[in-house]
Design a protein around this ligand. Structure first.
Ligand code: AMP
Ligand code: MG
Length: 492
């Protein structure tokens, strides 16, 4: 394997460990990134770099070769990870076909983060793919992942995007790019599905590794593998509820795109909903709406069943007993999801205490939004403003009655109306990365090489809840026709 020394002897503050290599060899293949001709940093995430304790000035000035995979730091032992996955319901053996894990960076605070180069060249799992990524989709992942982080939603993050100086060929020729992705880990439901196709020892090794890395507190419990499943169920129930609260549509919730540590991962054809409708789908390949907005909680459940099936041999020697145990845990998922969802909806409605009627209150608001084609984000954010206008929603007598019910509900708690409004502002974003703005920013960056729009947009979505008087272009919903025609594509 080709290894070059990085220009910076301290490797920009990276402190690599490679604990994944302790797993049986079937779980990865050693693979160095492919050299590229002319790396150039187009965007770098200073605040993430600082959080990781990196030498960000050195990285920004001399780090393009490293961020493109042309130089490898001492301590880094690059690999491509093996995994499988159900894609749109069909099972496939996959693995990182275009992402290379440089290693795990250990911060001074002893936190461990995977540092992965996405688009870094072919690997043994590339199948017919070129191992490459183009600039638009990598910048898209950068924008949306950082916006999700700012919204307070667990997610992988983006440290940098570099262009490679080479073209990638899709429907046309595009600038090639490499994204540096930072994640708590890249262990997916699909990694367990892959392990389940191997032998029990290997499956157990992955489960033990995952417990050690993410859930060390369950290591000494009576049935730690069942506990592992329960933890992932809990984290996913919480994650998907958070997506639902902000109108995020992942777009491709295949089991290989579901991380066991509960981070949102793999930003491909994702989108944010404008007009509320549970059947909203933007992905060009999701023709049956499998991954529609309102299906996401059920799909997460389906994916968790696949995880449970993979773990069965570890949970009990008797398959029958294993099935009974995992079934009991899986059956708790809908209730857990709903509890997270309604807790978040109460916050979105400015409700501090709990009444059974809150469920109907939340559901009725959604019903009126759907009926009147209302914007999901702006409806919540402007609930407390007493300025009913000519929109369909505000003209609906049922909605006006709903508003009176909501105000009566707020009166049945100790907090004042103003306190409710402040509370609501912490969970109803004023700005989200609306699809039309994302596309405008990407277009300027990719077609004209102009990053100013994208940088301006990023600084706005980095502070989504603040009551700032942004230009209305950031808060206005697009014309309904935009959403009807808008399609997102997998970032290949
Ligand atoms: P995704 O749809 O991004 O989750 O990718 C699904 C699978 O296809 C993963 O195994 C990827 O690594 C692989 N893949 C996607 N794009 C490419 C590419 N250009 N070259 C090789 N493999 C790819
Ligand atoms: Mg993927």
């Amino acid at each position: 394997m080709q290894t070059l020394t990085a220009p910076d002897p301290d490797c920009y503050g990276f402190n690599f460990d490679n604990s994944y290599l302790q797993l049986p060899a079937v779980f990865y293949k050693r693979q160095a990134p492919t050299q590229v001709t002319n790396p150039d940093i187009v965007i770098f995430n200073d605040s993430l770099g600082k959080m990781l304790g990196l030498n960000i000035e050195a990285l920004k000035q001399q780090g393009s070769q490293f961020l493109a995979g042309n130089t490898i730091c001492a301590g880094s032992d690059p690999i491509a990870q093996a995994y499988a996955g159900h894609q749109f319901g069909g099972f496939n053996m996959l693995g990182d076909g275009r992402a290379i894990l440089l290693g795990e960076h250990i911060t001074r605070g002893k936190q461990r983060f995977d540092i992965q180069l996405k688009g870094a060249g072919r690997t043994p799992y590339s199948r017919s793919g070129d191992g490459r990524a183009s600039l638009g989709p990598m910048l898209r992942e950068y924008i949306i992942s950082e916006a999700m982080y700012a919204l307070g939603i667990p997610t992988t993050r983006s440290l940098a995007v570099v262009t490679t100086g080479e073209h990638v060929y899709r429907d046309d020729a595009y600038p090639g790019a490499v994204l540096t992705r930072v994640a708590a880990s890249h262990i997916r439901v699909g990694t367990f599905q892959f392990a389940a196709t191997q032998n029990q020892q290997q499956l157990q090794a992955l489960a033990d590794y995952s417990i050690n890395r993410h859930f060390p507190d369950i290591a000494d419990t009576d049935n730690k593998y069942l506990e592992l499943l329960k933890r992932v169920i809990e984290l996913q129930a919480s994650l998907i509820a958070k997506w639902m609260h902000v109108g995020f549509i992942h777009g491709v919730m295949n089991t290989d795109n579901m991380s066991i540590c509960g981070e949102t991962i793999d930003y491909g054809p994702c989108a944010f909903m404008n007009t509320y409708h549970p059947e909203s789908v933007f992905s060009s390949i999701d023709t049956n709406g499998r991954y529609a907005f309102g299906n996401q909680p059920n799909i997460a459940h389906w994916n968790l069943v696949r995880l449970a099936e993979s773990l069965l041999p570890l949970i009990d020697e008797s398959q029958e007993k294993s099935i009974a145990l995992v079934t009991e845990s899986l059956n708790e998922y809908p209730g857990k999801f709903f509890a997270f969802w309604i807790a978040g909806m109460r916050k979105k409605l400015g409700i501090f205490n709990e009444e059974a009627e809150d469920i109907k209150l939340a559901e009725d608001l959604l019903m009126y939004m759907q009926k009147n084609h209302a914007d999901y984000t702006n409806t919540f954010r402007s609930l407390g403003e007493d300025n009913l206008d000519g929109t369909e929603l505000h003209q609906d007598a049922g909605y006006r009655e709903w508003l009176a019910r909501w105000k009566a509900r707020l009166a049945r708690q100790n907090e004042t109306f103003d306190e409710s409004i402040k509370f609501m502002q912490t969970s109803n974003p004023k700005v989200i990365p609306r699809n039309h703005l994302v596309e405008q920013a990407l277009n300027a960056a990719v077609v004209s090489g102009d990053m100013s729009l994208l940088n301006g947009f990023l600084s706005v979505v980095a502070n989504p809840y603040a009551e700032v008087n942004h230009s209305s272009k950031y808060t206005e919903a697009p014309e309904p026709l935009f959403d009807q025609q808008y399609k997102t594509f997998c970032g290949t």
